[in-house]
Design a binder for this molecule. Structure first.
Ligand code: PRP
Ligand code: URA
Length: 209
């Protein structure tokens, strides 16, 4: 069974409090999403292996640590996942970026695919899928299925707010994928929105409502 890690860092919790407030405007919302993404990515990369490398300091030669094998990719689920890319890139700047376009049909809540462009060598990369919201889980489950169909094997999922329903769906569909969550909320409402949540993440990042 995969790991489900809910962040307990006080800075992450404080910043999630800021983006939940309905009066937080687009600029602050977007910047804070990016900062939270950076911190979740820091936690989600704890397992990366290190190698010893010999270097020269201005004083003497010594052995330092270097990340071993740097083939990584960040894959945002459009649109809202785009808001997490810059923050994640601050932690893993050499990562390639793929894009998966999915939107939730407002009636059925089922994901509808409209775009997929991934690094040519994505099957050899460790992939970090980012999307601020894990609600029913339909979008993230579908995105990860698409990645597996392209041959990706090492996949992690990073989100800012999750509902228990989405976590369950992810674990059932993809028990091999570790899930990193900023905050685990109570439930979904009758429209499939996370409660207490933060509203529509895409609209708040891009100012479209
Ligand atoms: C939101 C969010 C997730 C999805 C989560 O995207 O960013 O992708 O809903 O819901 P689910 O877990 O029930 O699938 P949305 O479909 O609103 O599209 P947008 O990012 O373009 O606004
Ligand atoms: N998508 C969002 O943007 N917010 C929710 O609460 C659920 C899905």
């Amino acid at each position: 069974m995969s790991k489900v890690m809910v962040m307990d860092h006080p800075l992450i919790q404080h910043k999630i409090g800021l983006i939940r407030k309905k009066e937080t405007g687009t600029k602050d919302f977007r910047e804070t999403i990016s900062e939270i993404a950076m911190m979740i990515c820091y936690e989600a990369t704890r397992h990366l292996e290190l190698a010893d490398v010999q270097i020269e300091t201005p004083i003497c030669s010594t052995t330092v640590k270097e990340i071993k094998g740097r083939k990584m990719a960040i894959v945002p689920i459009l649109r809202a996942g785009l808001g997490m890319v810059d923050g994640a890139l601050k932690m893993i700047p050499a990562a390639k970026i793929g894009h998966i376009g999915l939107y939730r049909d407002p009636e059925t809540l089922k994901p509808v695919e409209y775009y997929c462009k991934l690094p040519a060598d994505c099957a050899e990369r460790e992939v970090f899928v980012v999307d601020p919201m894990l609600a029913t889980g339909g979008s993230s489950v579908a995105a990860i299925r698409m990645l597996k169909e392209k041959g990706c094997k090492k996949i992690h999922f990073l989100c800012i707010i999750a509902a228990p329903e989405g976590v369950k769906a992810m674990q059932e569909a993809h028990p091999d994928v570790d899930v990193y969550i900023g905050a685990l909320d109570e439930h979904l409402n009758e429209h499939g929105y996370i409660v207490p949540g933060l509203g529509d993440a895409g609209d708040r990042i891009f100012g479209t409502k």
